[in-house]
Unconditional design. Structure first.
Length: 344
């Protein structure tokens, strides 16, 4: 049994923690927990707020009963730069030199302020010059990386690895290359990430600054509710046009339609680029907002593609999973993917 690292997804409104053990049969769930984060979360530079955030992390680890202090974390998608590049077949040394030129074209801030990493997703087996290799490039602001290192250290934790939210999500719900070509939509509180996965490999990713919090604000404004009441209305009534005389549907539709527009653009990009007959077979929704009643029907009807809610627990060995954990399955893909990272 290996228990050296756990996964920690620090969101804008809550944190999700998952600890897995691994044996030859697969993964075993040892702990899963959702806990609120302080109002200012990871955003504040004030020492008292940083200590409050560190304390929240310490309490979560203790409550979950996780014995290790080594953790894998995800950086917020809306604060990092992620792109899948197509490049001629190069050696790792040549990629290391070329990646900075690519980064200058894509990242709109000085690279001196960015921690840049890359990973080869697919390298052609032949030397055919028309075959391209796919390289994932991720740029994270140095200040952001330092911030996470500081807070986690204050919490008594040691960061083993950092990656992006969408990569962790894909790891938890795409088991292998035989998985059907899918469009994955992770709707967080303040941002939404879209990725297309083909033959188990991410080929496209995009992030926008809109998420569940925008839906809450719209409901709160239209019904004169507090943010907490708006969250409850969202959970109960979902996106149905029939709820409360159709008013809930009218409140949520503009935000969901914005996400839908980007989904349609992503599908159009894929269909234009890949003409091999392998169409996008499904949309998979993850994140807390994916729990809204009726949200999968909204996207299925408007995008014309079968839509499902992410369930990262499918990758585990059959076992008894607490009911409240199963009910909140779509909250956990990032944390599960982080916990699985060492066993790719």
């Amino acid at each position: 049994m290996n228990k050296k690292n756990f996964g920690l997804d620090i969101g804008a409104t809550s944190l999700k923690l998952v600890w897995l053990e691994h044996d030859p049969r697969g993964f075993i769930l040892k702990a899963a927990l959702i806990a609120p984060v302080p109002p200012k979360g990871m955003l504040s530079e004030a020492p008292l707020d940083e200590e409050e955030m560190a304390q929240a992390l310490r309490k979560a680890v203790e409550a979950a009963g996780v014995p290790t202090k080594r953790v894998n974390i995800a950086l917020p998608e809306n604060q990092v730069y992620t792109k899948v590049l197509e490049m001629p077949t190069l050696s790792d040394k040549e990629i290391a030199a070329a990646i900075y030129w690519e980064a200058e074209q894509y990242i709109p801030v000085p690279l001196s302020n960015i921690k840049l990493v890359w990973d080869v997703l697919k390298r052609p087996a032949t030397n055919n010059p028309t075959d391209k290799m796919q390289v994932l490039m991720v740029g994270a602001p140095t200040l952001l990386v330092n911030k996470y290192q500081k807070i986690l250290s204050m919490a008594g934790l040691e960061i083993n690895a950092m990656e992006t939210e969408i990569l962790a999500t894909i790891r938890s719900i795409v088991p292998n290359e035989s998985f059907p070509t899918s469009l994955i939509v992770n709707i967080g509180a303040i941002s939404t990430s879209i990725a297309i996965v083909k033959k188990g490999i991410i080929i496209f990713t995009y992030s926008m600054s809109i998420g569940g919090a925008a839906i809450n604000r719209a409901i709160a404004t239209d019904f004169n509710l507090t943010p907490q009441q708006a969250e409850e209305y969202k959970r109960v009534y979902g996106v149905s046009g029939k709820s409360l005389g159709g008013k809930i549907g009218k409140s949520t539709e503009p935000i969901l339609s914005t996400i839908l527009t980007e989904i349609k653009k992503s599908i159009a990009f894929y269909e234009q680029k890949y003409k091999d007959g392998d169409k996008i077979r499904q949309i998979i929704l993850s994140g807390g907002t994916a729990k809204l009643p009726g949200i999968e029907i909204f996207f299925a009807q408007n995008a014309g593609i079968e839509t499902a809610i992410a369930n990262p627990w499918k990758s585990l060995i059959s076992q008894q999973i607490p009911k409240e954990v199963l009910q909140n399955a779509s909250d956990y893909p990032i944390a599960v993917g982080l916990a699985m990272r060492e066993y790719e």
